[in-house]
Design a protein around this ligand. Structure first.
Ligand code: CAA
Length: 386
């Protein structure tokens, strides 16, 4: 269902003001402290950002995908760590519950996820399972009316602050690959759950990733999301949506970097004139603008198709691949346009350059997106559709 245009415009305007007036001025401080100030998190909760993608019936804003992406463009305008604070609640942490949860699971958890009272994380990746998502080794062994979980998850975003994990685990040890997996929600305070220290990362300071360990963790059968053996499907459906959301954040960052480049190039003079008048600088900026615009357009197209009920697995992968690769190129050009200043931390450009790098890795590497796109095209050809 399309979102009311007036409410949508007001929301976008509110988020834009929050991002530009409250987040942008403290980007360097957040990176230095490796933390988002508590008052900013409170404001994010008041704006409803944690509940963007939670249905209204469960206390969220219930945005359609198009509006969620419009918000994503705004959030992408600042350091991605701000978005990340609410990112797992908006996307991969909550969507298994939204898409596949029972009424009882939704009623218990979604209202608290929507307000940010409960932070969620998505625990799929393991030391030996990343791109090959079907090779998860964490076990959920049936035990009475529930399961016993054992295993380790790796690089889990927001694990240090999470209250609830969506966990992919193998319920059928005899079935290799995705078909032996099931999805669960696991409370952080369940005995046997522990979280490792935050990793030191290349960028996105202010957002943390950690290992999560499950040591004989007993959970009830009512914590399973979807049927036994449906975990892979749950994970892939969550990622289809997550990839579109991440793409919108990439596009927002791309637009910010274009703005930074233009404003700098209009002021900075070399050879007796602003560098914006040098054609080689113009080329760097023009290429960046075209790619930022292309990202925005394709993301909105895919989002609208998802809202119309179309399966957008391939389109989400196209968006994730293009927008994340594009923002990587644009961040690189921004360093080039800024010259020496682009390499110095005071200007913030080198920070965006480092922050952007993860976009080509998480929620499926570029190479995984290529595989998904080619796979979907082959299937369409077999069905005689192309
Ligand atoms: N939606 C619903 N179901 C799907 C699906 C989708 N998008 N994609 C696949 N499936 C189903 C298929 O229909 C199939 O079911 P059937 O056998 O019943 O038909 C089943 O899942 C297996 O599908 P495939 O054979 O196509 O799967 P595959 O094993 O060949 O490979 C893959 C799939 C694309 C490589 C997949 O493993 C993948 O996407 N890997 C990347 C995982 C990933 O993104 N990891 C990042 C971790 S999350 C993260 O980054 C966390 C963070 O903190 C930010």
């Amino acid at each position: 269902m399309a979102f009311d245009p007036e409410i949508r415009d007001a929301l976008i305007e509110q988020v834009r003001r929050f991002v530009r007036e409250r987040c942008v001025p403290i980007e360097a401080r957040v990176a230095d402290d490796d933390a988002i100030p508590a008052e900013i998190i409170t404001e994010m909760k008041q704006l409803g950002l944690f509940g963007l993608a939670v249905p209204e019936d469960f206390g969220g804003l219930g945005l359609d995908m198009e509006t969620e992406c419009l918000v994503g463009f705004e959030l992408g305008w600042t350091s991605p760590a701000f978005r990340s604070a609410a990112g797992t609640n908006i996307g991969i942490g909550s969507q298994a519950l939204v898409l596949f949860g029972t009424d009882a699971q939704k009623t218990e958890w979604l209202p608290k996820i929507a307000t940010g009272e409960v932070v969620t994380s998505f625990a799929l990746t393991e030391p030996e399972a990343g791109s090959d998502a079907g090779s998860v080794k964490t076990k959920a062994a049936p035990d009475g009316d529930g399961y016993i979980l054992n295993g380790t998850k790796r690089f889990i975003t927001n694990a240090n602050i999470a209250d609830l994990f969506t966990v992919m685990a193998r319920t059928d040890p005899d079935t290799p690959g995705g078909k032996g997996l099931s999805a669960f929600i696991v409370r952080r305070d369940t005995p046997g759950v522990s979280v490792g220290p935050p990793e030191k990362k290349m960028g996105q300071q202010g957002a943390q990733i950690c290992d999560v360990m499950f040591d004989n963790v007993r959970i009830g059968g009512d914590m399973r999301i979807g049927g036994e053996g449906e975990g892979f499907k749950v994970a892939m459906s969550v990622l289809d949506k997550g990839r579109l959301h991440i793409s919108s954040v990439c596009a927002g960052m791309a637009e910010r970097l274009v703005s930074e480049m233009v404003n700098y190039a209009m002021e900075r003079e070399q050879f007796g004139k602003p560098i914006m008048q040098h054609q080689l600088i113009q080329a760097l900026i023009a290429d960046s603008q075209a790619e930022a615009y292309a990202s925005r357009c394709m993301i909105l197209d895919a989002a609208r198709k998802r809202d119309a009920g179309e399966k957008v697995t391939m389109l989400a992968s196209c968006c994730k691949m293009f927008a994340s690769e594009a923002v990587g190129r644009i961040a690189d050009r921004a360093v080039q346009v800024f010259g020496g200043a682009g390499y110095v931390s005071d200007y913030g450009i080198e920070r965006f350059y480092r922050d952007a790098r993860i976009f080509r890795l998480y929620e499926g590497t570029t190479q995984i997106q290529q595989i998904v796109i080619a796979r979907e095209l082959s299937r369409a050809a077999k069905r005689g559709e192309i």
